[in-house]
Design a protein around this ligand. Sequence first.
Ligand code: AMP
Ligand code: GLY
Length: 423
Amino acid sequence: MNVLVIGSGGREHALCWAIAKSPQLSTLFCAPGNGGIADVAECVSLDAGNHGAIVAFCRDRDIGLVVIGPEAPLVDGLADTLESEAIPVFGPSAAAAQLEGSKAFTKDLCAAHAIPTAAYARFGDAKSAKTYLRERGAPIVIKADGLAAGKGVTVAEDLETALAAVEDCFAGAFGEAGAEVVIEDMLVGEEASFFALVDGETAVPLATAQDHKRVGDGDTGPNTGGMGAYSPASVMTPELCKRTMREIIEPTVAALRDAGTPYKGVLFAGLMITEKGPELIEYNVRFGDPECQVLMLRLKSDALAALLATAEGSLRDHRVEWHSDPALTVVMAAMGYPGSYGKGSEIGNLAAAGKGDGVQIFHAGTARADGRLVAAGGRVLNVTARGATVSQARERAYHAVSQIEWADGFCRSDIGWRAIERE
Ligand code: AMP
Ligand code: GLY
């Protein structure tokens, strides 16, 4: 079978790397891909927004499955277009992708189905939002309703910050995404990422992970797309995983099915483990980045078979198998990220660094230029390793990091600290 993966990040490199191992695969394409994906897939310059061009490519190359990596094309209805053309696709419809595309949609769904999440209110104008803030007080969380590339959330410790966040949202800081605002209570606890495959009807728990969102060691500094992750998340006991399925994932899947907009794809629940148990912070309708990288390194069974079973609606009969060893990934980013950063600096010695025991390096923002590998984005490399313990995975990953020659790069030095404290 020929497969097309849509996307260009470390997540898509990990997906391509895993799919490429499948005995069912003939040719793997990735649009647009990156400097590392080119090693395992044929990169093609297709625009995810041009549905006609993607359909034409799928017909021309006899694509048997399209795997959509990022959220934007899902919210934009690419899966609907492919489905209407009878091209099998991994990823939800635009209607089901509202779980990520609209925070208000998800909060209303949680309220209607008693899914544990922070108390909230929705606002379409600054005046009523501010009145609510003054009544409710800080700490409090302000969110632009729509997709804002991970930047639309303010966790406000004081009222001033909260009022300013509302002001910014309605002043257009996030464009259309900020036309509506959700204000919710602050949840206190440890965060974890929970992933399940869903074929419209059946939900199969995949694995857990923990991201490191802040740019600096000790979880300090501004939020990023994620500076590192490990799997499984040590905070997620088997009991908490069961509760997450029963109290959060299953009611969501049933609600969308009953609404006539069944969910198909991977459902990624961002959780806060509070003293009451798992509560939903947000849904994402795709794999996490960099969580996907550690998941793919731990996946033992055929990735393509699992994605196909999801697309075809046959998850009930499908088994996903894992390596019990944990995996950990360290994100190397360009100096300046998540603010402005330069592009084009050379990266050396990757091949040697990638040869360590259990090590796999995934590329995010890289490109090939005149035979050299250069940085071409904010998050650039995901240095990933498996080990008998999180400590061993971490030693292996950081040893590989130390061998990489890239003057303009940096990384956090404490990825996995919560798990290692527990070990
Ligand atoms: P989101 O984009 O919704 O994942 O929010 C980004 C980050 O903001 C989350 O990973 C949390 O760290 C934090 N956050 C969002 N909502 C809440 C909440 N209700 N309570 C505490 N932290 C939150
Ligand atoms: N790493 C968090 C995310 O992908 O949303």
